[in-house]
Design a protein around this ligand. Structure first.
Ligand SMILES: Nc1ncnc2c1ncn2[C@@H]1O[C@H](COP(=O)(O)OS(=O)(=O)O)[C@@H](OP(=O)(O)O)[C@H]1O
Length: 310
């Protein structure tokens, strides 16, 4: 594995790797399309063994990962926003599988710099999560978002994320989502995989829509799952600090530290809208009907209570 990146700041390392940064096609790992650098480093990712005290936050991309990462960091630090501004999300809560061209540090490099109990982000579907998480009985928070808003958010993200394949037209993109061809594969398999295992593996399964509807209630759910106990005043403060507006304006949470040659936020902001129901601004009636029919087929074996409006 590339080690040189450890001593370089992220931006300096990105500059060094600039000529290798481009929109590459995805590469499959066990049938799941992933970024090529992740696929190339798959054996070291699969071999990663967490500490039993580590917490995994898992999501299909664009489901509310960053939001829950911020909530967890604040809960673990008693609502102290100064401590939670010590570093960007990417360093406070490293992204397990992420790899870039060298010398940019990988998620595994960043994880080595943080002492357990760590908060680890992943987008891996459940069958690709390294076995050590289950063997060590790590806690896992899974966040799911309704498919229609999820694909809209992902479409805008792929427009500005210059290391993902070009999203093409919205029409084409929607098709790729339904066929499981976007990075990290099928949304349908992802949300179902964790849903079916949630009791057996003690996974806290959350919904983006519930968090929008009643953030306080959902923050308390996370607090209890983490065996923490914070005062009402501190919970109120965390609700405020993790509002969409506060996080959009927080440089340590809004991904503004990622250089423009990777995330070009002049195309679309990482903290874009943060709403439920934005899909109605994009899906035509025909697309919505076609999507719903396909959704019913792909989700026929489960009954996950997704809401496309609140
Ligand atoms: N605090 C808060 N409140 C409401 N919404 C929020 C919040 N933080 C992030 N977001 C929205 O979540 C979307 C980004 O998802 P992720 O953090 O999962 O992205 S990533 O997969 O880690 O790249 C993205 O959704 P869209 O705005 O719909 O694109 C973010 O705006």
């Amino acid at each position: 594995m590339e080690k040189k990146g450890d001593d370089l700041s992220f931006n300096a390392a990105v500059n060094k790797a600039a000529s290798s940064i481009q929109r590459f096609p995805l590469t499959e790992v066990q049938g799941v399309p992933l970024r090529k650098w992740i696929a190339q480093n798959w054996s070291s990712i699969w071999a990663f063994c967490p500490h039993p005290s580590d917490l995994l936050i898992s999501t299909y991309p664009k489901s509310g990962t960053t939001w829950v990462q911020e909530i967890v960091d604040l809960l673990r630090n008693n609502g102290d926003d100064e401590i939670c501004k010590r570093a960007p999300t990417t360093e406070r809560s490293p992204f397990l599988e992420v790899h870039y061209p060298p010398p940019i540090p990988s998620g595994l490099d960043l994880l080595k710099k943080v002492k357990p109990p760590r908060v680890i982000k992943t987008h891996l579907p459940i069958q690709l999560v390294p076995k050590g998480f289950w063997e060590n009985k790590c806690k896992v928070i899974y966040v799911a978002r309704n498919a229609k808003d999820n694909v809209i958010s992902y479409y805008h993200f792929d427009r500005m994320n210059l290391i993902h394949p070009d999203p093409g037209s919205w029409e084409e993109y929607l098709q790729k989502f339904m066929e499981g061809k976007l990075a990290w594969g099928s949304w349908y398999d992802h949300v179902k995989g964790y849903w079916k295992e949630k009791e057996k593996r003690n996974i806290l399964y959350m919904f983006f829509e519930d968090m929008k509807e009643n953030p306080r209630r959902e923050i308390l759910r996370i607090m209890r799952y983490l065996d923490l106990s914070l005062s009402d005043d501190i919970i109120d403060k965390i609700v405020e600090l993790t509002s969409f507006k506060a996080m959009k304006n927080n440089p340590m949470a809004n991904y503004s530290t990622i250089p423009k040659i990777i995330f070009d936020q002049s195309i679309s902001a990482f903290m874009r809208k943060g709403e439920v129901g934005d899909w109605t601004n994009y899906f035509t009636l025909a697309q919505s009907q076609m999507f719903d029919e396909d959704y019913a087929r792909q989700m026929a074996d489960v009954n996950i209570p997704f809401r496309t409006s609140i």
